[in-house]
Design a binder for this molecule. Structure first.
Ligand SMILES: Nc1nc2c(ncn2[C@@H]2O[C@H](COP(=O)(O)OP(=O)(O)OP(=O)(O)O)[C@@H](O)[C@H]2O)c(=O)[nH]1
Ligand SMILES: [Mg+2]
Length: 284
């Protein structure tokens, strides 16, 4: 499979400056993403042994070191800097994990899946609809609590998640001690402490990525439970949604999105599902 045109993502190194152009807006819009994804989905889901090319996304809040990590793992030079919102489109690069070819996707930073910026929607749509083999959520260890909001949202979508607790050097300077194994137990996913700028912890992170995509580790993601009233509504909706939502999306998650009422997101879900029907329905 040729990954060079996968999702139409431009290769790094490339610096993005200035406004998000209309052309990019179209290239990275959900319909484009979905049709590229549909075109490639068969190859994602039915890899022949040894020929599988994996996709791992780097997601997280702005300014947590995603692009720094991407550069360290791919050897490319994606734009980094000490202010939020530098990455405004998704970039891809190759990385070798114990002989396996992996495409890393560096996403724009987002605080929440409920986002109303174009770059936010790019990240959100990739996380929700591109179905990568794994997502590495990069968090700022100096302000974990703020970052965990997005982590919990992503854990509602997929179990194939690793938490990369980055900026550990900064956390140490602030005398913050993060109980990694306790965090792992609570979240039910691997947590790898790193300092991406100096390359610390990256070998462990690569091992965890390899273990996850090969199925050597399985996760048990923490699931949020809502109030009785909301849980009741979710259960009722899940029953109605189950026959419609069959394309890798969880009916519970779709029900939650319908309850939040975010129209751009709901449109995205509709388009994703409509695409599946047009294709005649792919199955895993
Ligand atoms: N001290 C320290 N600085 C880091 C580390 N990782 C990244 N940085 C710095 O943090 C800043 C932000 O890094 P980026 O890689 O651009 O962050 P990002 O998550 O890609 O940011 P957005 O694209 O805006 O979402 C840069 O100045 C990096 O050099 C780390 O582990 N320790
Ligand atoms: Mg970035």
């Amino acid at each position: 499979m040729n990954f060079s045109n996968l999702f139409g993502i431009p290769s790094a190194p490339r610096r993005h400056r200035g406004q998000f152009s209309r052309r990019n807006r179209e290239r990275f819009s959900l319909p484009h993403l979905s049709s590229s994804l549909r075109a490639n989905r068969k190859s994602f889901l039915s890899p022949t042994l040894n020929s599988k090319e994996y996709i791992i996304a780097l997601a997280g809040n702005p300014n947590t070191g995603k692009s720094t990590l991407f550069n360290a793992l791919t050897g490319l030079r994606q734009h980094t800097g000490n202010w939020p919102g530098k990455t405004v489109v998704q970039y891809r690069g190759s990385c070798n994990l114990k002989g396996k070819k992996v495409t890393l996707v560096d996403l724009p930073g987002i605080y929440s899946l409920l986002t109303n910026t174009i770059e936010g929607e790019i990240a959100r749509d990739f996380i929700c609809f591109a179905r990568p083999d794994a997502i590495v959520i990069v968090v700022d260890s100096t302000c974990l609590e703020r970052n965990l909001n997005l982590v919990l949202q992503i854990l509602e979508i997929t179990p194939k998640v690793i938490l990369c607790a980055n900026l550990m050097d900064e956390a140490k300077k602030k005398n913050l001690h993060i109980k990694i194994s306790e965090l792992e137990k609570k979240l039910g996913i691997p947590v790898i402490p790193t300092a991406a700028r100096s390359g610390k912890g990256l070998n462990k992170l690569k091992s965890a990525m390899d273990d996850l995509i090969c199925g050597r580790i399985t996760t048990q993601p923490y699931r949020l439970h809502y109030s009785a009233e909301i849980e009741k509504a979710i259960s009722e909706m899940e029953i109605e949604l189950a026959p419609i939502v069959t394309n890798g999306l969880s009916p519970r998650w779709v029900a939650l999105q319908l309850l939040t009422g975010d129209s751009t997101f709901i449109n995205g879900i509709e388009k994703y599902l409509a695409g599946k029907q047009i294709d005649g329905g792919d199955s895993e």
